[in-house]
Structure formats: structure tokens, C-alpha cells
Design a protein. Structure first.
Length: 126
């Protein structure tokens, strides 16, 4: 699974081994630091509280760990998170081109009764 959100820490925010404040950590993202997450998950100890949003970090030194994105005690988000929209394919595969090809056989008949054939393939110029 790849990253689905681009994020930016608005404050110094802790990085934790699971989505809960019940575990100690000395790792932090600094204010202004950017990172990516693969999903938004609920709080492990309070999963029905939708005001607690955690990000599952994707890539970098904190890959696989969690950081709070929104928490009820903060009046504003702790980190911004913007969904990464899939980009349309820039070079679509073209439809097959159908060409009209003419095959032609020319028969040369000589006065001595002999013949000679020559085959041609002609593609019209479009």
C-alpha cells in the first residue's frame, strides 16, 4: 500500500508505535516537517471517538508508526493532511490504426511467349 495523504506537522508532534497516547515515545516530527501517511485510523483505546484521528506514517524514518492528526484537546488540527488524488495517465495507449493496404501483382508477357511476375504492396499516403 502506498501513501494516500501528504501531511505537514503544524506543531512538534510525537511519533508513536500505535495510535494512542498511552505509549511513551521520544520521537517527534518538528513543526513544518512534511510526511506522508497511508491511512487515517481511530484511536486504539477510544475507537468510537471520531474527533481523535491518527495517521499511519508511510516511508521515511518513521515508516509504520503513527502520529496524531486531530485530537479533541487541540482546537485546530495538529497536522494538515491532503488526500493524494490519482493522476490520469498522461500517455494513453492509442487505438490501433487501421491501414488500407493494396496488394498488386504485375504480369509481364513478352513476345517470345515468356512471362514474368512482380508483386507490389502499396500503402496509400494519408
Amino acid at each position: 500500500m502506498g501513501a494516500t495523504y501528504n501531511c505537514k506537522a503544524l506543531y512538534k508532534v510525537k511519533v508513536r508505535p500505535d495510535p494512542s497516547t498511552a505509549n511513551a515515545t521520544d520521537q517527534s516530527l518538528l513543526a513544518g516537517q512534511t510526511f506522508q501517511i497511508s491511512e487515517i485510523v481511530p484511536d486504539r483505546l477510544d475507537p468510537t471517538n471520531t474527533a481523535k484521528k491518527w495517521g499511519h506514517i508511510f516511508g521515511g524514518p518513521y515508516d509504520g508508526k503513527y502520529t496524531a492528526l486531530e485530537y479533541p484537546s487541540n482546537p485546530v488540527p495538529i497536522s494538515t493532511y491532503t488526500k493524494i488524488e490519482p493522476t490520469p495517465e498522461t500517455d494513453p495507449i492509442p487505438d490501433p490504426v487501421k491501414e488500407k493496404i493494396e496488394e498488386l501483382t504485375v504480369v509481364y508477357r513478352y513476345g517470345d511467349g515468356t512471362t514474368e511476375t512482380e508483386d507490389f504492396i502499396r500503402k496509400p499516403v494519408s
